[in-house]
Design a protein around this ligand. Structure first.
Ligand code: PMP
Length: 402
């Protein structure tokens, strides 16, 4: 094997460095929470998906320990062979109850749920319509399926309608795929309009509730509940790794859909079942979502407080319009500060860290434009939020972004 065959990797890494797109890991040395120790530094954490503060919660830890003691560390095989435990089924039924769907299926991650569901539902003779801002797992699921993929502009249902009118009839089946809360921008999809179009054009609609489960809707069922679309013909997926504080993914929908996926979804059939610890922790988290609505209210209180602090601060500076627009309208715990380029985003991220705030830069190719992405948790307090706003504005003013 010629070693020259691998030299392109080094060149590719150099290109990544030159563009300021290089990424590396940082080590979290504490329990997850609003204050973390990262690479030895104590920081206020505004980069976690642990929206309800459940990942370090004692009830989840105890459930995981008890399940590990009873069933061991690994499930030892596919769910269809030796990898299935009654805990998996309990979790699936609990998710179906939360979502008010007939059934649900638990995957080993949200990413795998998207890959395996999309590729089971559509193939080479089919069409996928995908929002441009969709998460990588939806985009890659679409690629893996072999279907024709047409992207529509973000949340542009007019364009989507035109594409459907022009192209729908050329394909056997059509699937529309969308994040419900967009992971990098924090805005919501236009679910009622998407459902109308799906009905009008006889298409399937898959919504990714990764950042909505446990957060949106009266009972925390997600964006579908928030928009009053519970019970509509939809394929809902989500993750157990964000507000539910564990690991794994799910699909919720009709009993027929779930039965079909158990028979046709490669990333469910050909992978090892979720560990007893992760399954038990997620099950406990679903119970907490239903038993403790105050966690969700606290998160929304924090979201509204941050909005208010930003607006007050903005009144005292010459903040550009695009900032004001993006932070007066955020509908989720995800909020972005859009920056002109990757270098500025990296600088702002580093300066935030120097002032004990962890909110890293998100750059291409993850997103098309560079930004600082801030996520809130129910466990942040008012001092954390005030410090974020004060430090952020002083950095943005210094960087002459404001
Ligand atoms: N969908 C969206 C919108 C996500 O943000 C993520 C995780 N970043 C996933 C799916 C994948 O979920 P998981 O982390 O469970 O693989």
């Amino acid at each position: 094997m010629s070693t020259d065959a691998y030299t392109w990797i080094e060149r590719s890494l150099e290109t990544i460095h030159r563009a300021d797109w290089y990424r590396s890991v940082q080590t979290l040395e504490s329990l997850p929470g609003p204050i973390i120790t990262l690479d030895g530094q104590k920081l206020i954490n505004f980069a976690s998906n642990d929206y309800l503060g459940l990942a370090g919660e004692q009830r989840l830890i105890n459930a995981a320990i008890a399940a590990t003691k009873k069933f061991g560390t690994g499930t030892t095989g596919s769910r269809l062979l030796t990898g299935h435990r009654h805990l998996h089924r309990e979790l699936e039924l609990a998710i179906a109850r939360l979502k008010q769907t007939e059934d649900a299926l638990v995957f080993s991650s949200g990413y795998l749920a998207n890959l395996g569901t999309i590729s089971a539902l559509v193939g080479r003779r089919d069409l996928i319509l995908s929002d441009r801002y969709n998460h990588s797992s939806l985009k890659n699921g679409a690629k893996v399926s072999g279907a024709t993929i047409l992207e529509y502009y973000h949340n542009n249902t007019e364009e989507l309608s035109q594409i459907l009118q022009q192209h729908r009839h050329q394909y056997r089946k059509t699937l529309i795929i969308t994040d419900s809360v967009f992971s990098m921008d924090g805005d919501l999809c236009c679910l009622p309009e998407l459902l109308e179009l799906a009905t009008e054009f006889n298409c399937m609609l898959l919504v990714d509730e990764a950042h909505a489960t446990g957060i949106l809707g009266k009972t925390g069922a997600g964006c579908v509940e928030y928009f009053g679309c519970t019970g509509q013909p939809l394929i809902q997926m989500g993750t157990l790794s964000k507000a539910l504080g564990s690991l794994g993914g799910y699909v919720a929908g009709s009993a027929t859909l779930i039965d079909f996926l158990r028979n046709r979804s490669p990333s469910w059939i050909y992978t090892t079942g979720l560990t007893p610890a992760d399954t038990a922790a997620a099950l406990e988290a679903v119970k907490i979502v239903q038993q403790q609505p105050q966690r969700r209210s606290q998160l929304w209180h924090n979201i509204n407080t941050l909005k208010q602090f930003l607006q007050e601060k903005q009144g005292k500076t010459t903040t550009p319009d695009h900032f004001v627009e993006s932070w007066s309208s955020f509908h989720s715990p995800i909020f972005c500060v859009h920056l002109p380029n990757a270098t500025t985003a990296l600088n702002v991220g580093q300066q935030l860290k120097a002032q004990k705030i962890f909110a890293p830069a998100i750059r291409p190719p993850t997103v098309s434009t560079s930004r600082i992405r801030i996520t809130l948790m129910a466990t942040h307090n008012v001092h954390h939020l005030q410090k974020l706003v004060d430090v952020l504005f002083s950095i943005l003013t210094e960087e002459k972004v404001c």
